[in-house]
Design a protein around this ligand. Structure first.
Ligand code: GDP
Length: 365
């Protein structure tokens, strides 16, 4: 899973990205971890894997991870190919969701590219670039579809949809606001990979003073919340500067620092969790002497496909899954006790894996 961090220059993206990567997962554990300085692999905070590690005396603990990509350089005119603009837009096309950082902090030392603090104007500047880029994508598709549509009913329907979608975007709408239950249209939307069809989380970057009341007394934050509610997005309040400080502390110091600030959880932890749920993701867990590990799956994934995350052989040769809920396992204190109480089930190929299931797969090789 990949999230792209976007926003105008000087809103705090790099500060946020740096604190994310500093607090990030140990890269040695992740062979897919690239050396690209703009990509950070971040562990999903999950106390369950720590408890299971203790219970099983596991040698290793491996959390679920999310990749964050710092997409700097998205500026006014990007979609017209000025500078490297188009490259940045192409980077956004590859992510599953967008974290849009907006500046809600006042600080005369930090210049705003448009001269004043106005998060809604900033959001609209970025959205305009994304919409414009999507219109271009549709124009290219329309040109292609038009050639085939004359003798083909299905293509004619798609062409009509493409033209309506283009008009919809040109009115200043995001693709995600398009309402339809038509299965063809939904499939096309999924296929086109439009930038404005991706889920968005707004990170309202505030000053330290605004953290304790979650930005409630900051009118800029209020404006972002209103905008997000109208556009089906989530908002969370963060201070990139404070996150940077937090990322340099060890766990005990971090807890004390958070208490001093009057908050229970760091903004980054909130962001990572929010991204996880925004994308409809859950974790199941495996635990043993060698390692305890969290595995990321989409909500609704069935047991064989969940097993396939570990190894394709597990999916192909799937026989059954021995499943116990995390809570039951911890309450019982051991798998044997949980079995005695009848809390461990053998599940077949139609079983829908739940968040926090602790699973042992049985499979043919
Ligand atoms: P980017 O261009 O969006 O990546 O922005 P940066 O992360 O480079 O931040 C731009 C400037 O704003 C830097 O000087 C940061 O130190 C400063 N900055 C970032 N976040 C905050 C914040 O929460 N409060 C204040 N006062 N300054 C911040």
């Amino acid at each position: 899973m990949k999230l792209g961090i976007v926003g105008l220059p000087n809103v705090g993206k790099s500060t946020l990205f740096n604190s994310l990567t500093k607090a990030g997962a140990e890269s040695a554990n992740y062979p897919f971890c690239t050396i690209d300085p703009n990509v950070g692999v971040v562990a999903v905070p999950d106390e369950r894997i720590d408890k299971l590690t203790a219970l099983y005396n596991s040698k290793k603990t491996i959390p679920a991870v999310i990749e964050f990509v710092d997409i700097a350089g998205l500026v006014k005119g990007a979609s017209k190919g000025e500078g490297l603009g188009n490259q940045f837009l192409a980077n956004i096309r590859e992510v599953d969701a967008i974290v849009h950082v907006v500046r809600c902090f006042e600080d005369t030392n930090v210049i705003h590219v448009d001269g004043s603090i106005d998060p809604i104007r900033d959001i609209e500047t970025i959205n305009y670039e994304l919409i414009f880029s999507d219109v271009e994508i549709l124009e290219r598709r329309i040109a292609k579809t038009t050639r085939g549509a004359r003798n083909d009913k299905a293509l004619a329907k798609e062409l009509d949809f493409q033209q309506r979608m283009k008009a919809f975007l040109e009115e200043g709408n995001l693709a995600i606001k398009y309402e339809t239950e038509d299965e063809d249209e939904l499939a096309w939307l999924a296929e086109y990979n439009l930038l404005t069809y991706k889920p968005v989380i707004f990170a309202a970057n505030v000053s330290e003073d605004d953290l304790a009341d979650d930005g409630n007394s900051n009118p800029h934050v209020e404006a972002v919340r209103k905008f997000a509610a109208e556009n089906g997005s989530e908002v969370f309040v963060i201070s990139a500067e404070i996150e940077q400080e937090i990322s340099e502390l060890d766990d005990d110091e971090k807890q004390m620092f958070l208490e001093d600030l009057g908050i229970s959880e760091s903004g980054l932890d909130k962001l990572i969790k929010a991204s996880y749920s925004l994308l409809g993701l859950i974790s199941y867990l495996t635990s043993g002497e060698d390692e305890t590990r969290a595995w990321t799956i989409k909500k609704g994934t069935k047991a064989p496909q969940a097993a396939g995350k570990i190894h394709t052989d597990f999916e192909r040769g799937f026989i059954c899954a021995e499943v116990v809920a995390y809570k039951d396992l911890i309450e019982c204190g051991s798998l044997a006790k949980a079995k005695e109480k009848g809390l461990v089930g053998l599940q077949g190929k139609d079983y829908v894996v739940q968040d926090g299931d602790v699973i042992t797969f049985r499979f043919n090789v």
